[in-house]
Every structure is written in structure tokens, then in C-alpha cells.
Design a protein around this ligand. Structure first.
Ligand SMILES: *Cc1c(COP(=O)(O)O)cnc(C)c1O
Length: 315
């Protein structure tokens, strides 16, 4: 833990470089198959990736996007940094003509699938993929032809709900150098302790993702057959489930109140199972239905999680 380093050595000042960043970045680079640059939060990573576009640029973003990223691109546009266009389909003209495209698959929180291969084939500019929900265990977008991968490392990468961090991974050394320079100049650096904790999280990433994914599949199958459930979406990748109950918002809030093992909390990707009705946030996109509950499946006993859900659903 050091903010400065003795003069004359390999390192100078911790905003420029810190050993713990490099250890985390080396592991992330291997996981995603590229060069990783760590940031102080997922949003700092998304921002740094978007800052790769030049002046007078247009950025195309999927209409279904994590609300924080959606608000951030609107803020960039409001301040005149770049124009924003929203697209609905992979084949939309906007994808082909924009200087950069930002996309998630599956989307957070609706868990809709986007065909990444079609976006990559159609895109004329930089393809930026937010891979937070899938994790590099689920998919490696750089290998599929994306230019930039961003993560909220706060979620499954660090995995224990105790770290806020982000990371950008790129294929080209030139993009990595520009990202590092942006981080040094603008200062959205991760802490040394956070980097250490995130790296420790990566040591068990495959185990946690494997367990949480298997449990999510198990729970989604049972929930789909439950008489109180109107709609249960499991996107086939990751550890999130999007649930809607026949009783709507009131039934969702009642279920959340009655749960004892599942924690009512925002965020996702921790070892503990959490859930929330996303529309409780006033700033959530109006495209997200009021009764949608996003479940983030942890690594507890699958039967305990199911028993808790059943008793909360009143069956
Ligand atoms: C949480 C999240 C972010 C933002 O990450 P922070 O670490 O909260 O800044 C970005 N994208 C997705 C998909 C997320 O879930």
C-alpha cells in the first residue's frame, strides 16, 4: 500500500502505476485474451472506453443498456462530447455508420440476447462490449471480433460485494496505451487494496460462476413451472434471472419482503444471492417493466434458495 515510490526506481507515483493493478490486469488479460487496463469502477471503465472516440463522433448504443451506461452516454451528448444514436436491431443502419457501438449481451436487467456476431459484422467503427453479465467464463468477445471489452469488476469478477472496480480489455497495444494515458491524466484509478481483492476474486471466478450458473438454471426451471410466476427469463448464460409474477408489483414487493436467505439489495454477482425490483429506482429506463425482479444467484445451497423462494411465493 503506497502512494509514492523511492526516486530512481522502476516506479514513481501510484496514479501512474501500482504493482497490484498489474497483477490484476495480467490475470484479466489472460481471461479475455487481450491487454487489460484497470479502473476505479465499472462506470470509469465504460467512460474510458467511450473516450477512445475522436471529436465530431457518433456513438451507437443498444436501446437496452445498463441504466448507468445509458445515463452516461446521454451526459456525454448533453455536454457536446459526441452524438448518441440508439438502435434496436443488430442490422440497423446506425450500427454500420457510427464511430463506435456500445452493446451488452445479455442486457442488464431484462436479460434480452443480442447477436454479437451480427453487430461485429455490421459495425463500421469500434465495437465495445460490456461483458459484465456473461463474464469471460461465459464468453470472450475479443475472440469473436470485438475491439474493446468492458467490465464492472464490482460484480462477478471480484465477486464478494466488497469492491468497486472496473476494467477495459483490448486487443491492440495502441488502444491499451491510450487507455493507460487517459487513466493517468484523468485519474479514475483503482485502489491497491481493491486491486488485490479483485485479483483474489479472480482465483475462484470459474468455481463461483460454474456453481452460480448451475443454480440459476435449476431455479429458472422450477420458477417457470411455479403457478405464481408470469414470466421467467434465463438467458442461457450468466447467473441472473429476470422474473415477473402474476400478481405484478405488489406480489413482487411482498415476495421480496418475505425472503429470508435472499438479500434485498442492488448490484449483482456476489457470493450471496440478491434480488431487487429494478423499477424501484426512479432513474431506471421506462423500457424496464415495473414488476421485473432481477435475481442474482449466489453460491449458497440451491435447495435452500429454492425453499426460501417457495415460502416467499406462498406455496
Ligand atoms: C454495474 C454495472 C456497470 C457499472 O459498474 P460500477 O462498478 O457500478 O461502476 C456497468 N455495466 C453493467 C452491465 C453493470 O451491471
Amino acid at each position: 500500500m503506497s502512494s509514492t515510490f523511492r526516486a530512481g526506481g522502476e516506479r514513481r507515483y501510484a496514479r501512474f502505476s501500482t504493482p497490484n493493478w498489474e497483477a490484476f490486469e495480467s490475470a484479466m488479460g489472460s481471461l479475455e485474451g487481450g491487454e487489460a487496463v484497470a479502473f476505479g469502477s465499472g462506470m470509469a471503465a465504460v467512460t474510458a472506453a467511450l473516450e477512445l472516440v475522436g471529436g465530431d463522433a457518433t456513438v451507437a448504443v443498444s436501446r437496452r443498456l445498463y441504466v448507468g451506461s445509458s445515463q452516461a452516454v446521454d451526459d456525454f451528448e448533453a455536454r457536446g462530447r459526441f452524438r448518441v444514436v440508439r438502435f434496436d436491431r443488430e442490422t440497423d443502419e446506425a450500427v454500420a455508420t457510427a464511430d463506435a457501438v456500445l452493446v451488452e449481451d445479455p442486457t442488464n436487467p431484462g436479460l434480452e440476447r443480442v447477436e454479437l456476431a451480427a453487430i461485429i459484422a455490421n459495425a463500421g467503427g469500434l465495437v465495445i462490449v460490456d461483458n459484465t453479465v456473461a463474464t469471460p467464463i461465459g464468453r470472450r468477445p475479443l475472440e469473436e471480433g470485438a475491439d474493446v471489452v468492458v467490465h464492472s469488476a464490482t460484480k462477478q469478477l471480484a465477486g464478494h460485494s466488497d469492491v468497486l472496480m472496473g476494467v477495459v480489455v483490448v486487443r491492440s497495444g495502441d488502444l491499451a496505451a491510450r487507455l493507460r494515458q487517459f487513466r493517468t491524466l484523468h485519474g479514475a484509478v483503482p485502489g491497491a487494496l481493491e486491486s488485490f481483492l479483485a485479483l483474489r476474486g479472480l482465483r475462484t471466478l470459474a468455481l463461483r460462476v460454474g456453481r452460480a450458473t448451475a443454480t440459476a438454471v435449476f431455479l429458472a426451471e422450477r420458477l417457470s413451472d411455479h403457478p405464481a410466476v408470469a414470466d421467467c427469463v434465463y438467458p442461457g448464460i450468466g447467473a441472473l434471472i429476470a422474473l415477473r409474477l402474476k400478481g405484478g408489483v405488489a406480489a413482487a414487493d411482498a415476495m421480496i419482503d418475505r425472503l429470508r436467505l435472499w438479500e434485498h439489495a442492488t448490484s449483482l454477482g456476489g457470493v450471496e444471492s440478491t434480488l431487487e425490483r429494478r423499477a424501484r429506482w426512479a432513474h431506471e429506463s421506462p423500457d424496464v417493466s415495473a414488476d421485473l425482479v432481477r435475481l442474482s444467484v449466489g453460491i449458497e445451497s440451491p435447495e435452500d434458495l429454492w425453499t426460501d423462494l417457495c415460502s416467499a411465493l406462498g406455496e
